[in-house]
Design a binder for this molecule. Structure first.
Ligand code: IVH
Length: 673
């Protein structure tokens, strides 16, 4: 027994020492011991743990080496949606941001300037000081659970120390320092492998590797910049980050609290030059209102907080030669010109192509064959051509003229009035349009058919198995198995996934049809107003434009979609296959289980995807009662971001169920379209 106790104590001591050494090395950048000593202690721990399984701890420092077992990521809803920041490119826009806050708040405030790290966002949850999970941004609402990968990043503490809240989320940016990235590429070059294009893509790709032992080999790092939770230690963002640092989390040493707009400008100017000397990439500065209570007053738009803004540094530019222009046809038939360039190095990547967007841009640039062009790379993956160096043009060079026929199916291109793009009108027979529509149909936000990607669609199309989206529902396992790359298991999986998609609600089916100008939001509006495909199909122009936010352009596009006989057949086939083409609203309203009758709700805090009034209205529509204060009669407290601590405390005392934004929306969604 004594011996067991000694072993346990030794394991505890080793874990503590290794965590501390790790913290000094990776978080504080102040190594306290030699690598040799670290490795010696780690080997001792690994040996003891191997021989004493009863002391296994998934958060032991020995677990940072990752596991060789491949895992699929589970998608998990974020407790707080992961929004992005609105971007700005000039000091003028920063001044406008400042003035907006000044005008809205009418009270003095300070701002925090931070570096905008160029990597991949990661949301960590710590419960009782232990790393519980790590999610990628995903689509902002749901992210991939990459906890095992995050655990291999040494600057992410597995356990916290000090006086931390029992449950909170902290967000940061995982990135590859330039040195680490270069070393990775050097090794790839030595093995004759293709080089990674840039640190940012490689960092976000690394987080998504399915084998955490592989992730452990990559020199990833992470800075934390945003804390969320009900019991945060302070009311100022900068103080919260300072507290986070005291618990062992790596925060940026380069942030600054600014009192005036001038100080913000100075910070921008300073880092615009000094960024070249940083050991990692940044693509701008983030400016945040420091007082969290004031942040709450400013609130959010649908996409980003009103209390923060990103200032993006000017994109890097260089010049190169235009080799040719090629044309791509998208799923809507829009033809996009793409410039093929003499390859050049730009912002750490090799650039070979640049988007020219549309015919007007080519004309505006007065682009000629063989021109020397200036190319810029901003945040976008595809760089832009921003100008032509006319002095370098050959006198014999001919102007680039936009094609007149579809490069894929030779149909004469058409252009609608007021639109910049040329379209191939042969929508039902032009291969990239057919394939593009099928790809859109199966995509995550539409029918969410997993297991089918662009390549498989290509294969199915080439083999004559699918010609439109309704053909998907005729596919059989036997047809799929003989195709290259597809085994029995994936064939079965595909057929199952396709079948499952028959439960997708009508608004997403409508979106999936890919009617031009009918995005996710418009699809919801149409379903809400018309309720069934039959009603939408029969709606007149006047009836369509009578719907809030549906203008003539959208209405005409809907009419034209349904007047096309081939589309009518596709829709009819889909109906016959049993897809949902009616709003399920009615059914659920009569269903007692989904009724909020007799339930009392209190809402508190800010919601990022819905306004408070809208939320109240929806709860009431479903029969729920709203109350402004917590009492024994309250059934649910709906907690938004930064909700009042008093409300939370009384809800906890009265044992009232606390639900977050996602949960209430899930409940309500049953009755939404
Ligand atoms: S704060 C509610 N601070 O930039 C928004 N973001 O476009 C909270 N990023 O998704 C984000 N450095 O991945 C914040 N110091 C910083 C940042 C930062 C980089 C990234 C982050 C975010 C994106 C916003």
């Amino acid at each position: 027994m004594i011996e067991q106790e000694e072993i346990n104590n030794r394991i505890i001591t080793l874990r503590k020492t290794l965590n501390e050494l790790n913290h000094y090395y990776y978080v504080l950048n102040q190594p306290k011991e030699s690598d040799f000593e670290f490795d010696r202690l780690l080997s001792e721990l690994i040996l003891l743990e191997r021989e004493n399984h009863q002391y296994f701890d998934p958060l032991s420092p020995s677990q940072r080496v990752g596991s060789d077992i491949n895992t699929e990521f589970q998608q998990i809803a974020h407790d707080y949606p992961m929004l992005s920041l609105s971007n700005s490119y000039s000091k003028q826009e920063i001044a406008e941001f400042y003035n907006r806050i000044e005008k809205a708040l009418l009270t003095p405030f300070t701002l925090v300037c931070e570096l905008k790290f160029d990597g991949a966002a990661l949301a960590l949850r710590y419960k009782n000081g232990k790393l519980e999970r790590a999610l990628t941004r995903g689509d902002g609402e749901k992210g991939d659970d990459v906890t095992e990968n995050a655990k291999t990043i040494c600057s992410i503490p597995l356990t916290l120390s000090g006086n931390y809240p029992d449950n909170f989320e902290i967000r940061g940016e995982v990135f590859l320092p330039r040195g680490g990235f270069d070393a990775m590429n050097k090794e790839r070059a030595a093995h004759g492998l293709e080089l990674y294009s840039n640190p940012r893509n490689t960092a976000s790709g690394s987080l998504k590797l399915q084998n955490s032992a592989q992730v452990a080999k990559r020199p990833l790092d992470c800075f934390f910049y945003y804390m969320l939770g009900d019991n945060l230690p302070a009311t100022f963002h900068s103080d919260n980050l300072q507290a986070a640092a005291s618990w062992g989390l790596k925060t940026s040493p380069y942030s600054k609290v600014c009192q005036t707009l001038q100080e913000v400008y100075d910070f921008i100017d300073l880092w615009d030059t000094k960024r070249a000397n940083l050991p990692f990439d940044i693509d701008g500065i983030v400016i945040k209102l420091n007082d969290i209570r004031l942040q709450r007053n400013m609130g959010f738009t649908a996409k980003s907080p009103r209390w923060a803004i990103a200032y993006k540094f000017k994109a890097e530019a260089a010049s190169t030669q235009l080799l040719s222009v090629s044309y791509q046809v998208g799923r809507t038939g829009a033809v996009t010109p793409v410039a093929n360039l003499e390859p050049l190095q730009l912002a750490g990547t090799i650039v070979k192509r640049a988007s020219l967007h549309n015919a007007d841009i080519i004309q505006g640039l007065d682009l000629h064959e063989g021109d020397t062009v200036t190319v810029e790379k901003g945040g976008e993956i595809i760089p832009k051509i921003t100008g032509v160096i006319i002095e370098e043009r050959q006198s014999t060079a001919k102007p680039i003229t936009f094609i007149t026929h579809c490069p894929e199916c030779t149909t004469v291109l058409a252009r609608e009035e007021g639109e910049a793009a040329w379209y191939c009108p042969n929508s039902n027979h032009c291969p990239p349009q057919i394939k593009g529509r099928i790809e859109h149909f199966i995509s995550r936000k539409a029918m969410n058919i997993d297991g089918l990607g662009g390549e498989t669609i290509d294969l199915l199309f080439k083999n004559g198995l699918i010609n439109d989206v309704s053909d998907l529902y005729n596919l059989t396992k036997e047809q799929l198995i003989p195709l290259e790359r597809l085994g029995e298991k994936s064939a079965e999986n595909i057929v199952n996934e396709i079948n499952l998609s028959k439960n997708i609600p009508f608004n997403r089916v409508l979106f999936a049809l890919g009617i031009r100008h009918v995005g996710e939001t418009m699809a919801k509006k149409l379903v809400k107003a018309f309720r069934s495909i039959e009603n939408i199909r029969l709606a007149s122009l006047d009836q369509l434009v009578a719907v809030d936010e549906i203008g003539e352009k959208i209405a005409l596009s809907v009419l034209s979609f349904f007047s096309n006989s081939e589309n009518q057949i596709i829709v009819q086939n889909l109906i016959e296959h049993g897809l949902l083409f009616e709003s399920t609203d009615k059914i659920i309203k009569t269903d007692d289980e989904n009724n909020l009758n007799g339930l009392t709700f209190v809402i508190s805090g800010v919601f990022s995807t819905i306004g408070r009034d809208e939320l109240k209205e929806l709860i009431e529509q479903k029969g729920g009662k709203m109350s402004s204060s917590i009492s024994a009669k309250t059934n649910y407290l709906v907690a938004g971001e930064n909700m009042g601590p008093a409300k939370l405390a009384s809800a906890q005392k009265l044992n009232i169920k606390i639900i977050n934004e996602n949960e209430i929306l899930k409940i309500l969604n049953h009755s939404l379209n």
